[in-house]
Design a protein around this ligand. Structure first.
Ligand SMILES: NC(=O)c1ccc[n+]([C@@H]2O[C@H](COP(=O)([O-])OP(=O)(O)OC[C@H]3O[C@@H](n4cnc5c(N)ncnc54)[C@H](O)[C@@H]3O)[C@@H](O)[C@H]2O)c1
Ligand SMILES: [Zn+2]
Ligand SMILES: [Zn+2]
Length: 342
């Protein structure tokens, strides 16, 4: 089968012929229809410091996908050949304390699809049945392809109650844009989104931001003034991974405010912790998606009319992967979809 492979420990990606994945009795083989390109995939293509320590070559990339079940192992129940499915890209151990308690998103031995094992940028991908999400409700294929990052947005945005609250989202990358739509849909009063990229701020406006602020020449105090806020933001969703964004957020939270942090900083950075203490701010780290509360929430939010389509800004055939990756690497784009059926 054809697959996008990291063949060698060097920058680049290769479209190669590789054997179809083998499946065991508890596994599902999926014919991939569409995939989404993620920042993780860009890191692996570039072969940066993170990728060098996280990835062993050769590796089939990719964790954001939708596909059709092609084969099920003998022990698989409740999934049928032909079902439309996406996959939870975190494979958990099933044995640690958190796994045993049903808190699988807190597993301490998580393996990432397309990072620690062969992924979904291929004609076929295999997953344990417990990682397969069957789309019971009708869903657009492009949207189904990005359930993984949509799940990051939903997990983060629904970490704290939002009804009537003033919310700030730092970072209008694909996940920040989806979180904007979720926060609006979930009943926030104002949703302020910041970025340094105008095209991305424009996408945040399309997704329903009350105010999209370019922080190259302004800060969140300005947003508070414009919206007439007096005591700061109630909830912060950090989706940039940038130290200056975290500091600006902390400076502009209400006392008792709550921050959910998804953005992954590239390195350690100083923060005025005395502000966090004296303002009694709660900070919660977010990793991945809750299995499977987040997946349930995604499905029913879409059924209830949530529209995240503005986040998808281009589609390519898989053979044009170089152009697709280049576009995903610009700070202008939303989500880029690769079609594996062309
Ligand atoms: N915790 C997890 O499970 C998880 C999963 C996926 C992604 N992530 C992280 O979440 C973040 C968002 O993901 P994404 O795919 O949308 O990433 P992205 O890199 O596309 O988006 C980050 C955005 O932040 C913007 N930015 C840069 N400086 C800024 C500043 N000072 N203030 C505000 N915004 C600024 C960038 O222009 C960019 O648009 C990334 O840090 C990513 O590594 C975490
Ligand atoms: Zn991803
Ligand atoms: Zn575990």
């Amino acid at each position: 089968m054809r697959a996008l492979v990291k063949q060698q420990a060097a920058p680049g990606l290769w479209l190669a012929d590789v054997p179809e994945p083998r499946t065991g009795p508890g596994d599902v083989l999926i014919r991939v229809l569409r995939t989404g390109i993620c920042g993780t995939d860009l890191h692996i293509r570039d072969w940066d410091g993170w990728a060098r320590q996280a990835v062993e070559t050769p590796l089939v990339l990719g964790h954001e996908f939708v596909g059709e079940v092609a084969h099920i192992g003998d022990d698989v129940a409740d999934i049928r050949v032909g079902d439309l499915v996406s996959g939870e890209g975190h494979l958990v151990c099933g044995k640690c304390r958190n796994c045993l308690a049903g808190r699988r998103h807190l597993c301490r031995s998580t393996i990432g699809l397309g990072v620690g094992r062969d992924g979904a940028f291929a004609e076929y991908v295999a997953l344990p049945a417990s990682n397969v999400w069957v789309h019971q409700a009708k869903v657009d294929l492009d949207i189904a392809a990005i359930f993984d990052p949509f799940g990051n947005a939903v997990h983060t945005a629904l970490s704290f109650p939002l009804v009537g609250e003033d919310v700030v989202i730092t970072g209008a990358g694909p996940i920040g844009i989806m979180a904007t739509a979720v926060a609006q849909h979930a009943g926030a009063r104002h949703v302020v989104v910041t970025d340094v990229s105008e095209p991305r701020l424009e996408l945040a406006r399309k997704a329903g931001a009350s105010l999209a602020l370019n922080v190259s020449d302004a800060d969140l105090a300005e947003a508070q003034r414009e919206l007439g806020l007096k005591e700061g933001f109630d909830v912060g969703l950090e989706m940039s991974g940038r130290p200056e964004a975290v500091r600006d957020m902390v400076d502009n939270m209400t006392h008792g405010g709550r921050i959910a942090m998804l953005g992954l900083p590239a390195r350690e950075f100083p923060l005025d912790w005395s502000k966090i203490v004296t303002s009694m701010i709660t900070i919660k780290g977010i990793y991945g998606r809750e299995m499977y509360e987040t997946w349930y929430a995604m499905t029913v939010l879409l059924e209830g009319g949530l529209d995240i389509s503005p986040v998808i800004t281009a589609r390519y055939g898989y053979e044009e992967f170089e152009a697709a990756f280049d576009e995903a690497a610009t700070a202008r784009s939303g989500k880029i979809i690769l079609d594996w059926t062309v």
